[in-house]
Design a protein around this ligand. Structure first.
Ligand code: NAD
Ligand code: UDP
Length: 343
């Protein structure tokens, strides 16, 4: 790259994936503007980014559903493109509060795309999820697998994907990357950025780190009677820094391509038991666990066919499960209360 690059707008840039992506963009020389309403993140993320040498050019505390905030932002900057992370992501909550999920995730995305169109910024990277594959008929899952939704969160992602596909069909000036993430875990190796869930973690890795630290008595393993090698659920865990780099790769690929829909995963299926065993071994710490009933809505196996990301984005996950476990543990021990820990 040469010359001064136009900034990238990152919505949800204070969140788990967003914060690591802001850092990866900075490392690639891209100035970044962050829009986040801080509903599920801490402003201290911005201090940590500054400390790591990646301060955003501007931070706006605002809502992606607010057209006036968006128009003002697009008037102030000439953006190269937008990476859209802002949204709600708790599956159980989406079942209880579907309208709120459609409002933030679908409404927010539509407001953003309209503001982009008004400003003639037509390059966007969208956070989708492997949840759009539902209970997959085959693993590893290729991007061509059938799409379905089993809850309002998944439905909101599918609705956004559909809107983006229609938009691209209607107006080929748009460049759109739909990235379907598998299970991002871990933290930046510095121990300064990581995942800071509010309340009881829904996801496996932050639950494991809290148990290992003694903040929770034991891990509940949701079922050991799945048709998998050890009976526990199998997922495709990928390091958050690999995922962040996948966004930089997608932005680059969009300079030449119109519509990209790719899986971001390692292609390796890992069971709950093997993740827990690897974590305990790598970090030399005990993770007491108990097998309990299956969690409603969980599928037995879900892992990516990661080939297309390699050919289209020239990206593949490089970090190991041991790296994910070591980095998640460093983050947890150095920040026992997340970003509100001292110093
Ligand atoms: P996160 O909650 O840590 O980050 C989302 C950020 O968006 C938060 O900082 C939150 O404050 C902000 N936000 C929420 N609603 C907003 C709104 N209306 N306006 C402005 N800001 C808003 O979540 P994450 O794990 O970083 O996920 C980022 C994106 O990736 C989400 O769209 C999520 O659905 C998607 N995704 C996440 C995973 C995962 O396992 N973490 C997997 C697949 C897809
Ligand atoms: N899981 C578990 N105990 C927990 C949280 C998760 O056994 O406290 C299992 C879950 O059943 C699934 C895997 O860990 O097999 C990954 O779950 P997570 O919620 O992290 O991701 P997702 O369900 O979105 O794949």
């Amino acid at each position: 790259m040469h010359g001064i690059m136009n900034p990238i707008l990152v919505t949800g840039g204070c969140g788990f994936i967003g914060s690591h992506t802001v850092l990866a963009l900075a490392e690639s020389g891209w100035p970044v503007v962050v829009l986040d309403n801080l509903s599920n993140s801490s402003p201290r993320v911005l201090e940590r980014l500054r400390e790591l040498g990646a301060p955003p050019l501007e931070f706006v505390q605002g809502d992606v559903r607010d057209a006036s905030v968006l128009d003002a932002l697009f008037a102030r900057h000439r953006f190269e493109g937008v990476i859209h992370f802002a949204g709600l992501k708790a599956v159980g909550e989406s079942v209880a509060q579907p309208l709120r999920y459609f409002d933030h995730n679908v409404g927010g995305t539509l407001q953003l795309l309209q503001a982009m169109d008004r400003a003639q910024v037509r390059r966007v990277v969208f956070s989708s999820s492997a949840t759009v594959y539902g209970d997959p008929a085959q693993v590893p899952i290729p991007e061509t697998a059938p799409l379905t939704a089993t809850n309002p969160y998944g439905r909101s992602k599918l609705m956004c994907e559909d809107a983006l596909r229609s938009l691209h069909q209607a107006d080929p000036r748009w460049s759109i990357a739909i990235l379907r993430y598998f299970n991002p875990v871990g933290a930046h190796p510095s121990g300064r950025l990581g995942e800071a869930p509010q309340g009881v973690p829904n996801n496996l890795m932050p639950y494991v780190t809290q148990v290992a630290l003694g903040l929770r008595p034991h891990l509940q393993i949701f079922g050991d009677d799945y048709p998998t090698p050890d009976g526990t659920g199998v997922r495709d865990y990928l390091h958050i820094c690999d995922l962040a780099e996948g966004h930089v790769a997608a932005l680059r690929a969009l300079q030449a391509q119109g519509l990209l829909t790719v899986n971001l995963g390692t292609g390796q299926g890992v069971s709950v038991r093997s993740l827990v065993e690897t974590f305990a071994q790598v970090n030399q710490v005990a993770v007491p666990s108990q097998v309990v009933a299956r969690r409603p809505g969980d599928v037995a196996q879900c892992y990516a066919d990661p080939q297309l990301a390699q050919t289209r984005l020239h990206w593949r996950a490089r970090r190991s499960l041991a790296d994910m476990c070591a980095d998640a543990w460093r983050w947890q021990t150095q920040n026992p209360q997340g970003y509100d820990s001292t110093p």
